[in-house]
Structure formats: structure tokens, C-alpha cells
Write a protein that binds this ligand. Sequence first.
Ligand SMILES: [Zn+2]
Ligand SMILES: [Zn+2]
Length: 278
Amino acid sequence: MLCIITGPLAAFNEILQDQLPLWLQVFTLDTLRYLVGAGLVSSVLGGFGAWSENRRIQDRRASAADVRRELLYSLLTTAVYASVALFTIQGKESGWLNIYESVADFGWWYTCLSLPLVLVLHDAWFYWVHRALHHPRVFHWAHRVHHLSRTPTPWAAYSFAPAEAFMMALFLPLLLAVMPLHPAVLFLFLAVMILRNAMGHSGCEFHPRYWVDTPLDRLTTTTHHDMHHQKFNGNYGLYFTWWDRWMGTELPGYKAAFRRAAAGRDVNVTSVASALEL
Ligand SMILES: [Zn+2]
Ligand SMILES: [Zn+2]
């Protein structure tokens, strides 16, 4: 009987001792990426205080308890990401997943074009997983944690329940099973992802006023995701607005809310901002 229990425990212990140093390395890297991305956006908000205050989207403010919760759940998320990454590394070593070291293997054209393609695919993954997370049977245990941030801060970028973190982490190994990627493309993709994510949760409209009246309107703004946190049932996209438009889930009044935030609250600062075309 004892043997039945100690056998699996010993095997688990062995795997843990084997994989723990690598897990810790990946966890540290994922956490650093989060801290640098969210920290950078927070520093811009703090460093340009008058400008960012003027472009605040909501009157409501996040409390210190909100930021603490966002930080703690984000750390839990990087732990989930690191665990999934161990399987990704294992998949690469056993040849199931393709991360190529030499650009010559697939050429410069493919390597350069793979970055925008990954962003388009990730946006589609994000949109549909996000919509599924809003299903009433799933929302409470998988996505409610993220929506505890009614007035999000950049630190909410990874503030997910473990189930949501797992679904988000699955994207990369699934993609690598069908699409070879260079490590530099992976690095840039993850950098763009955390920066756009932290900006989308910053509560401050970074984009210039003309944004929604040009073709750039296909790219999301801070207001786009901030409205999702205020109203819940729309604006599910991450980088692009097209899925919400195609599926009829763009929240009514999005462009008007964007223009209000981008125009600023204070006339004086607004005129400075418009002079600088901010
Ligand atoms: Zn969010
Ligand atoms: Zn949501």
C-alpha cells in the first residue's frame, strides 16, 4: 500500500527536482517581462502626470487594494505561463514544435512577415477565447477575476484566474505546432503583447485624436478595452477592431468615448496636446 503512494510521489519529486531550476528561470523571465511592460506604462503615466490626468478615461480611480490584487494574480499568471512553457520547451526538444535558430532556414521574408502574422492570429485567438470566457457558465470561475478591475491599471495586464491564464498560454505551443518561428520573432511578439496589454489597461488614452477617423482605426485604443472593463459585453478584441466589427460586438458609442478621452478634460492642456498632435 505504502509503495502505491510513495511510487508516484517519488516520481513527482524526481520531475520536480529535474524541472524546477528551468521552471524558475522561465518564471523569472515571464515575471520580468510583465514588470518591465507594466512598469514602463506606469512610469509614462507618472512621468507625464498632467498629460495623463487630462486624458483619463474614467472619473473613478483604482484603489491600492485593486493594484495589489492585480499584481498578485499577475504573478500567479506568470507561474502558469512558466508551467506551460516547460511543455513548449519539451515540445521543441522532441521536434513537435518548431523554433528555428537560423534565419537562413526559412529566409528573411518569412521571418519578418511572421511577426505581423502572429499578431493577427493571436488577436483572433484572444477574441474568441475572450468571448467564450464571457459565457455565463464559464465567466464566474474563469474570467471574473480579470473583471474585478472595473477601473484597470497597467498592472491588470496579466490579472487572470489560472484557467484564463492557461487558455492564453496555450496559444504559443499550438501555434508552434503549425508555424515555425525564430526566437527574435517570439521575443518581439511577447514584447508587443505586454506593451499593448499594459496600455489597454492604463486608463489613459494614448492615441492621437484623429485615430478613429483614419485607417488606423483598425487598431484598438485604450478606450476600446477600458470600455470593455466598464460595460463587459463588447469590445473583446486585443490589437485590432475588426473582429468586433465583423461580429457586431463593438460597443455603441466607442468612437464618441474615444474622442472625449483624446480631446482631454482641461482646455489648456488640450491645446498643448493638440499643438503637439498628441
Ligand atoms: Zn482587460
Ligand atoms: Zn472580458
